[in-house]
Each structure stands twice: as structure tokens, then as C-alpha cells.
Ligand binder design. Structure first.
Ligand code: SF4
Length: 249
């Protein structure tokens, strides 16, 4: 008798277990279906990842004017992410004195080797820079000339090397006049008959700092020319000195 009651209780218990399992499965399915709906809504709202064939640099060769190794770090990586085939170009006759120039050049040489960046190197035509800015040494005035000298040379190099487009690492620096660089880049590109790639690389400024430390690259203390060196160490705007000078008077 007691065995029969035990069996009846077991059957009842089984029914309860079965019902519980069914309810649990239904609840699980409902939760999963809501989660799937939420995920697909999120996918719809998010910006779709560009397909490789949509990347702007696909099948394009780009010549990158490089002002220094630190500014090339983020810029090269960003352009490669955009699928450009990047070659670096060194042309900076604005950097003085010579030993500072050599130090920056050597640092870039080392970095280019580390990241397998092909490079083109141009000569150090310091007199061309000094002649071009003579009498126009004030800040911004000389900088426009400095941008023009370097970008015009890069545009010609890009054209003769059959590149699709060119750009410059100067666009990463918050200390440079980005609008002037853009304007001059577009102007010299048109004259040379080659494309100019404008991009606001400044968003990578903190990445530049991180990569510079990681690769232990040389970090210069002033922009490049002798005038910027004087201004960096408290000498004031060079044009004021010229105005006061007996030579200039
Ligand atoms: S401050 Fe920099 S950008 Fe301006 S002229 Fe000197 S080196 Fe060129």
C-alpha cells in the first residue's frame, strides 16, 4: 500500500517537473527572441563597417610628405587602415641647424625601417628655404611659404613617381595652420596634375604621443626653422627683432 502511494506521488511529481520544464523553455525562448530583436536593432542603428572595396585608398598609391618621425606614426597607420599603399617622402629644408636636421632624419629612417615604410629622400636645400622667407620672417607669413616649398616639391615628386595622390604629416599637428596647408596642398596638386588627400589627422594626436613613446622616437623641442627655435626659447617674434635692427633700418 505504501509502495503504491509512493508511485502515485512520483507520477504527480513528474507532472509538476514536466510542466516546469515546459514553462522554463518557453520563458528562455521568449528572452532569447527579445535579445535577438534588441541586437538586430542595435546592428541597424550602428554605422556599418566599410567593406574593404569601399575603403578610399583601395588600389591607390599615396606619397606622404613626412616632417618628422613622431608625426608619421599615427598618420602612416591611419592611411594604411584606409587601404592606401603608402610611401614616405622626406623634404624639409626648413629644419635648422644641420645637426638637428640629421637627428630628425635619422629618427625617421629608424622608424620607417621598423614599420616597413618605403621612403624617398630628398637633399637638404637649406639655402632655398632661407632665400624664400627672407624679409617675410614673421610667424605665419613664413609658415605659409614653408608649407608651399615642401608641398610643391612633394606634388612634383608624386607626379613624377606616378602616385595617385599625396598628403602631409603636417596635418596632424595642432600647432600648424591646417587651413593654410589644405589650401596650399590643393593649389600645388592642381598645378602638378595629381590628387591631394586632405584629412584631419589631428584626431590621432594622442595616438601619435603613445606610439612615439612606444618606439622611443626623438622628440624635437621646436618646429624646425631657426626662427621657431628662437621663439621656442623665449626670443619673441623674429619680425620685432628685424624692425628694431640697425641692419634692417
Ligand atoms: S615655424 Fe615651422 S612651419 Fe613655420 S616656418 Fe618655421 S619650420 Fe616652417
Amino acid at each position: 500500500m505504501s509502495e503504491l502511494r509512493d508511485e502515485e506521488i512520483t507520477i504527480e511529481e513528474q507532472k509538476v517537473i514536466d510542466n516546469t520544464k515546459t514553462a522554463a523553455t518557453e520563458a528562455h525562448n521568449t528572452v532569447m527572441s527579445h535579445a535577438e530583436e534588441n541586437l538586430s536593432a542595435l546592428r541597424d542603428e550602428s554605422t556599418p563597417e566599410p567593406e574593404p572595396e569601399d575603403l578610399p585608398g583601395k588600389n591607390k598609391r599615396l606619397l606622404l610628405h613626412i616632417c618628422c618621425a613622431p608625426c608619421s606614426t599615427y598618420t602612416v597607420s591611419r592611411l594604411r587602415d584606409e587601404a592606401y599603399t603608402v610611401t614616405g617622402f622626406w623634404y624639409n629644408p626648413n629644419i635648422h641647424p644641420y645637426r638637428e636636421y640629421e637627428r630628425r632624419r635619422a629618427s625617421l629612417q629608424e622608424y620607417a625601417r621598423a614599420v616597413h615604410l618605403p621612403m624617398r629622400w630628398d637633399a637638404y636645400s637649406m639655402p632655398a628655404f632661407l632665400r624664400a622667407v627672407a624679409g617675410r620672417e614673421s610667424f605665419r607669413q613664413r609658415c605659409r611659404i614653408c608649407y608651399w616649398i615642401r608641398l610643391e616639391r612633394t606634388a612634383r615628386e608624386a607626379k613624377s613617381g606616378d602616385y595617385d595622390t599625396f598628403t602631409t604629416t603636417l596635418l596632424i599637428s595642432p600647432f600648424q595652420d591646417q587651413e593654410a596647408i589644405r589650401e596650399i596642398g590643393e593649389e600645388v596638386a592642381e598645378e602638378a596634375g595629381v590628387g591631394f588627400h586632405f584629412e584631419n589627422f589631428r584626431r590621432g594626436w594622442s595616438g601619435r604621443g603613445r606610439l612615439t613613446k612606444e618606439h622611443d622616437l626623438y622628440r624635437q623641442q621646436y618646429c624646425g626653422c631657426i626662427y621657431s627655435e628662437r621663439e621656442r626659447y623665449g626670443g619673441g617674434d623674429i619680425s620685432e627683432l628685424w624692425e628694431r635692427s640697425s641692419v634692417g633700418g
